[in-house]
Design a protein around this ligand. Structure first.
Ligand code: PLP
Length: 405
């Protein structure tokens, strides 16, 4: 008999899944009592680690007071406002405001729609094209499916959004030449500063600066998708800080709550805001039932407090260095081919005779969870609270699995 739950990113016919039942810090346990080191933070989101009682209490207290109330006009709620006020103090976009939603995919749709409508409000309705990069992942709503540069994820869903085009992932000349021919009609360039789910690829030297310059030249918005890189993952609050390139809009999700509640959002910078605020009669017809959900915002506020109080962004740098040192020495010893990453997100590039799925499955049997991407990559994105000893154990488990032992 088919299982009632139709799993995300899985074969609909598959029935045997690993049932995770409990977590604490960087450790997880399944229903058979097996222990795992979570080296990928579930799906790249667990900054403060699992089983955090302080966040549980903050959410419970909010639900006891008021689970939530709508933020559609004419209403607002206290937690949404408090979170927005906190977030804009962290935002790398000067003088920004924040739009809240429920996921990374909703953040992407929001940013794409805001970019287009801001150009309409600025008197440029012809600026509708959105450019993204090959190998990019921007979630699975129709906006993100159209913008992502992973062709397999686009098959079978009918016609995707028109006027959303992909350019080469690394060669800025490809983007420059598209902009030269079509710049007057471009609404935005959307990119992950460091591409995550596509295989952990930091940007080519000068790429982000080049994209920024092209946007300025052609009056297009630069949108950073920081759904993975936001909230300390690179050892800075945002990748925009790490790479020192400031976008016009910035999408976030995941680490903003460490996954304790589903939350996404978009920082909207001054250029787009000026257009949206220009006509006092303009009404923004966009929003989600759970935009600014109070108990979700309570989780985010507590999560951000913990990241700051416990110095977890500094800790992320330490975790990333220990992990990358270990992976680099495996590459130096010829056990893997190469290493890619930054901050606390890393990937092992494998040799042609290695298979990332086999390595992942061997590691699962030995108590560590990594991600396999394409055929040649295992990815690491652990909670910032992972201990040094857990990192070392993880590296030992990986090294053995990579050698087929
Ligand atoms: N953008 C990036 C860079 C992501 O990595 C993801 C998810 O992994 C998304 C967008 C979509 O986020 P969600 O799955 O919360 O909709």
């Amino acid at each position: 008999m088919a299982e009632p739950l139709l799993h995300a990113f899985a074969k609909p016919t598959k029935t045997d899944f690993i049932r995770i039942v409990r977590g604490s810090g960087a450790l997880l346990w399944d229903d058979k009592g097996n222990e795992y080191i979570d080296a990928i933070g579930s799906l790249w989101y667990s900054q403060v680690g699992h089983g955090n009682a302080e966040i549980a209490e903050a959410v419970a207290e909010q639900i006891r007071t008021l689970e939530t109330y709508s933020t559609f006009d004419p209403f607002t709620n206290e937690k949404a406002e408090q979170l927005a006020a906190k977030l804009v103090t962290l935002s790398p976009l000067p003088d920004s405001r924040v739009f809240l939603c429920g996921s990374g995919s909703e953040a992407i749709d929001t940013a794409m729609k805001l970019a287009r409508v801001a150009h309409v409000q600025a008197g440029h309705p012809e600026k509708t094209i959105i450019i993204s990069r090959n190998r990019g992942y921007h979630g699975t709503n129709y906006g993100g499916t159209s913008a992502q540069g992973l062709p397999l994820n686009k098959i079978g869903y009918g016609q995707l959004l028109p006027e959303v085009v992909q350019v080469d992932s690394d060669n800025i000349e490809d983007l420059a030449s598209f902009m030269k021919d079509n710049g007057a009609r471009v609404a935005a360039i959307i990119t992950e500063p460091l591409q995550g789910a596509g295989g952990v690829y930091p940007p080519a030297d000068g790429y982000l600066e080049g994209a920024r310059k092209l946007c300025d030249q052609h009056g297009a918005f630069l949108i950073f998708d920081e759904v993975i890189t936001g909230f300390g993952r690179l050892g800075t609050w945002f990748a925009a800080n790490y790479y020192n390139v400031v976008p016009d809009l910035l999408c976030f999700a995941k680490g903003v709550t460490s996954g304790y509640q589903p939350l996404g959002g978009v920082f909207v910078g001054r250029t787009a805001l000026n257009a949206l605020e220009r006509d006092p009669d303009f009404f923004l017809r966009h929003g989600y039932t759970y935009s600014g959900h109070s108990s979700v915002c309570a989780a985010a506020l507590k999560n951000l407090e913990i990241i700051e109080r416990d110095g977890l962004i500094e800790r992320a740098k330490h975790v990333g260095k220990r992990l990358s040192d270990g992976l680099h020495s495996l590459a130096a010893d010829g056990i893997i081919d190469s290493v890619r990453g930054a901050g606390a997100i890393w990937a092992a590039g494998l040799k042609p005779d290695q298979n990332c799925l086999t390595i992942r499955d061997t590691m699962l049997k030995r108590g560590a969870i990594v991600r396999s991407i394409n055929a040649d990559t295992n990815a690491f994105c652990p909670p910032f609270v992972i201990t040094d000893q857990q990192i070392d154990t993880l590296l030992d488990i990986f090294a053995a699995a990579a050698q087929g032992k």
